[in-house]
Design a protein around this ligand. Structure first.
Ligand SMILES: [Fe+2]
Ligand SMILES: [Fe+2]
Length: 467
């Protein structure tokens, strides 16, 4: 079979010899990477997966059993709008770019590489999780997320190969060379070097870190570089599932915990469940790590991305004004050991504006988790930590804050740490709960079964058939 027949696409790959040649070199290295760093121990099994096969809203995905190394990673762009115009910044109203403008080449390459790097990184972070999946259904969902993150890497590599010539090809190779958590060649962003080695971590990661991905993709979908806009729009259709895995995963843990609390009171751990304070600590950790991914609060890079038109705001057409030259954003910053309000030129606050939308979206999910507690007749609630809590970068990274956002000393932080963030003991406890539940229809003790299965199939369906 020829390469272009193996790769589902709507970029007319068979008629693009340059791209074909580039992918012919890259694809074997990608498969090597997948065998090396993809899900360990499951590469020969049949997994019931969806594969993107077109861009038709009703029929874009095909579901069937497939062995993961034979997954057909495709290249899809949402169809272009005729005469699309740039929607914001200094170039507002000019025709969108179909090629990379010379002066924006560095910026665009950096954005594409940074986005692309997160995709294989998450596969690496999650590669051991299959060994401890709480059910056959969850095992399949993990692999669905993994293969789609692989496809998102393809999406970014397509842009690098098609629009960035030789340095694009080198960047595409480097995306396969870096490794999550590696001392010498780590992945680019912090949260993507954190281990994600238990299922509470996994569900929190897909809830909060994949949601950062959603907001980055929404901002890039506004890009004046039309191929980037169209690629990211299609990625968003897959991303929605990743976040639903996270939200329903944590929701099912909360449901199980609530049931144990009703039966046994707060002593959930004695009955093999995950207590609410531990869930809250993991939530605090992943929200803070994911909040960092938006970058500095006051950012000249972000201002430039907006000015040139390479990266916009989330749903730019929901705003009345798209230049943002004479407006200000009120930000709370630390001056002389106090939190003070400052007016920041709007363009310099673009990271923060995107973070606002992200945090509001996260809060909606937490509110739905609290509804589960409420429906169980419990008064306990989960809360979002303040955006300043436990930050490693940006305006708050050099200071310490409690989960309510109050400025505290380093000493107070060390004192509070184990009650705000997962301690070694918490992590060891969660690890002790992790074991594989292989038999279809069975579920681990610490999580509730889902309300429904995949694509109309019941929870009891054999989603992963072991070799
Ligand atoms: Fe992704
Ligand atoms: Fe994702």
């Amino acid at each position: 079979m020829e390469l272009h027949e193996k790769i589902p696409n709507n970029v007319n790959l068979s008629a693009d010899p340059k791209l074909k040649r580039a992918l012919e070199k890259w694809q074997p290295n990608y498969v090597d990477w997948w065998m090396d760093m993809g899900p360990e121990g499951f590469q020969r099994d049949d997994v019931y997966l969806r594969t993107a096969i077109s861009v038709e809203p009703g029929g874009w995905a095909h579901y069937d059993y497939v062995k993961m190394p034979e997954y057909r990673w495709g290249i899809f762009l949402t169809p272009g709008e005729a005469d699309r115009k740039i929607g914001f910044g200094d170039n507002e109203g000019k025709p969108a770019w179909q090629e990379v403008p010379g002066e924006m080449r560095t910026q665009l390459r950096r954005l594409i590489v940074t986005q692309g790097d997160t995709e294989p990184a998450s596969v690496e972070q999650q590669r051991l999780l299959g060994k401890t999946a709480p059910s056959n259904f969850d095992l399949r969902n993990l692999f669905q997320v993994n293969v789609e993150e692989g496809r998102h890497l393809w999406a970014m590599v397509y842009l690098l190969h098609s629009y960035f010539g030789r340095d694009g090809r080198e960047e595409a190779e480097d995306l396969l060379r870096r490794r999550s958590g590696d001392q010498d060649k780590p992945r680019i962003l912090g949260a993507f070097n954190e281990p994600c080695d238990d299922w509470l971590n996994f569900f929190m990661f897909t809830m909060f870190t994949d949601r950062d991905g959603k907001y980055q993709l929404l901002a890039l979908a506004e890009s004046g570089f039309d191929p980037l806009s169209r690629t990211t729009k299609f990625m968003l259709t897959e991303e929605a599932f990743h976040m639903s895995v996270g939200e329903t995963g944590v929701g099912r843990i909360v449901e199980r915990t609530a049931a144990l609390m009703r039966e046994h009171g707060d002593n959930v751990r004695d009955h093999g469940g995950i207590d609410l304070p531990t869930i809250q600590k993991y939530l605090n950790f992943w929200v803070s790590a994911s909040t960092d991914l938006f970058g500095g609060e006051v950012s000249t890079n972000a201002a430039q991305y907006f000015a040139t038109g390479v990266k916009g705001r989330n749903r730019e057409n929901g705003y009345d004004e798209h230049k943002c030259l004479d407006s200000y954003y009120t930000m709370e910053l630390v001056k002389d050991s106090k939190i003070v309000k400052e007016e920041i030129p709007m363009r310099n606050a673009m990271n923060e504006i995107l973070r606002d939308d992200y945090l509001a979206d996260c809060q909606r999910g937490v509110t739905r988790w609290n509804k589960i507690l409420e429906d169980a007749g419990l008064s306990d609630r989960l809360t979002m930590p303040h955006r300043r809590f436990h930050r490693q970068i940006g305006a708050y990274g050099d200071h310490h804050f409690n989960p309510d956002g109050g400025l505290i000393s380093e000493e107070q932080m060390s004192k509070g740490r184990d009650s705000w963030l997962p301690s070694e003991r918490d992590r060891a406890y969660i690890k002790s709960l992790m074991y594989a539940v292989d038999e279809p229809g069975k579920i681990a003790n610490w999580i509730a079964a889902p309300k429904s299965g995949v694509k109309g199939k019941p929870f009891e369906f054999e989603y992963v058939r072991r070799d």
